[in-house]
Design a protein around this ligand. Structure first.
Ligand code: ZN
Ligand code: ZN
Length: 360
């Protein structure tokens, strides 16, 4: 699991949590920024200090839709929405690379007033430039820093103080260790907390701690403002108070209780096919066969949160085992033998089976 690592003797930053529910209720919320964050940005700029703004989504908005007929911009190959990229004048799929024009009107009903839902780094950059027109603003994400050189150029400009406010995805945690960052703003922590993964909490704690850590300076305490709809979430509280030990103990207890690694061994099986029924049939057949031989160590088949990627439907089977070499090798052997049998069945032979041992 993650161990925090801070360079030098810098002071831990002061972390403030902004509850977006009360911000909205009391009408203090302006666009994407709480009043507290706006004031903190103003302060940093007037002290000639630098600001980092973090959002874990690139692009302008995660999707575009029609409020009249319910149309949504979806990828034709994947079960995900297309992301709006205004800078490229395109909609893009972040899974398969599909690109489409941003429609001027709803393709289903002709409505001209399409709604961009949510926000990514591009929209933050646009809004912050409007609010602070004299500030030097730049963006660091997979779109602006596609090459190593582009990435280094942005870091160099930041170091040379040619950038006052840097907006970015988790890329900003890589290589940014400068002494002039007074403020880090996390615009929406909920997108990190809701990651559909067994390691969601660990990822969230790690990311929030790493992002916050950019605000630590050797001479002066940095400030972090985390905007969230879930201020009571244990990961938020542990991040806020730097409670690494409490995070570790709580997370360990949960993993033990739910038979997760590192206390149990795990095998994740993924079945893929372009036909949903074929995929489901193969997954059910395979799981039934394995279940007969290893009993309740197997879970599934289940449909993952993204059910189709690049035209392939996906089903998953999870196996959790005691940490016992004999049991693990027996289970592995059964999985491989049953996979071979599956491949010999006419109805299942075109189904791809990926076996991932200890995926986490
Ligand atoms: Zn419509
Ligand atoms: Zn796609």
């Amino acid at each position: 699991m993650y161990m925090p690592d801070r360079h030098g003797e810098s002071i831990l930053p002061k972390i403030n949590i902004v509850d977006l529910r009360t911000e909205y209720r009391d009408k203090r919320f302006k666009g994407l920024f709480s009043q507290e964050l706006i004031i903190a940005i103003e302060d940093a700029l007037s002290n000639k200090e630098q600001v980092l703004l973090f959002q874990n989504r690139r692009g302008y908005a995660p999707t575009i839709n029609c409020n009249i007929c319910g149309w949504q911009a979806d990828c034709t190959n994947c079960d995900v929405h297309l992301t709006v990229h205004k800078a490229f004048h395109e909609l893009r799929c972040h899974y398969c690379g599909t690109r489409a024009r941003i429609p001027a009107q709803c393709p289903a009903c002709g409505n001209h007033d399409l709604f961009e839902q949510g926000f990514g780094t591009e929209k933050i950059e646009e809004n912050i430039k409007e609010m602070f027109p004299t500030a030097l603003v730049a963006r660091l994400d997979m779109d602006t820093a596609k090459t190593k050189l582009a990435f280094e150029n942005i870091l160099h400009d930041f170091e040379e103080k040619k950038i006052d406010i840097l907006v970015g995805t988790q890329m900003i945690t890589k290589g940014l260790d400068f002494d002039n960052i007074a403020l880090v703003g996390v615009l929406n922590a909920d997108a990190i907390l809701r990651y559909p993964d067994l390691r969601a909490n660990e990822r969230a704690f790690q990311l929030l701690t790493q992002v916050s850590g950019r605000a630590g300076r050797r001479a002066k305490q940095g400030q972090v403002i985390i905007q969230t709809y879930s201020p009571e979430h244990p990961v938020i509280i542990e991040t806020m108070h730097h409670l690494y030990n409490r995070f570790f103990e709580r997370e360990s207890a949960e993993r033990k209780a739910f038979r997760y690694p590192p206390y149990f061994r795990m095998i994740q099986i993924e079945l893929l096919h372009k036909n949903a029924a074929t995929c489901a049939h193969a997954a059910a057949t395979y799981a039934d066969q394995i279940r007969k031989l290893i009993g309740n160590r197997i879970l599934g088949p289940a449909i993952p949160s993204i059910a189709r990627i690049r035209g392939q439907y996906i089903q998953t089977i999870t196996i959790k085992m005691e940490k016992d070499t004999k049991i693990v090798s027996k289970v592995k052997k059964i999985i491989m033998e049953e996979r071979d049998k599956l491949r010999n069945m006419p109805a299942c032979k075109t189904v791809r089976v990926n076996v991932d041992v200890d995926p986490y």
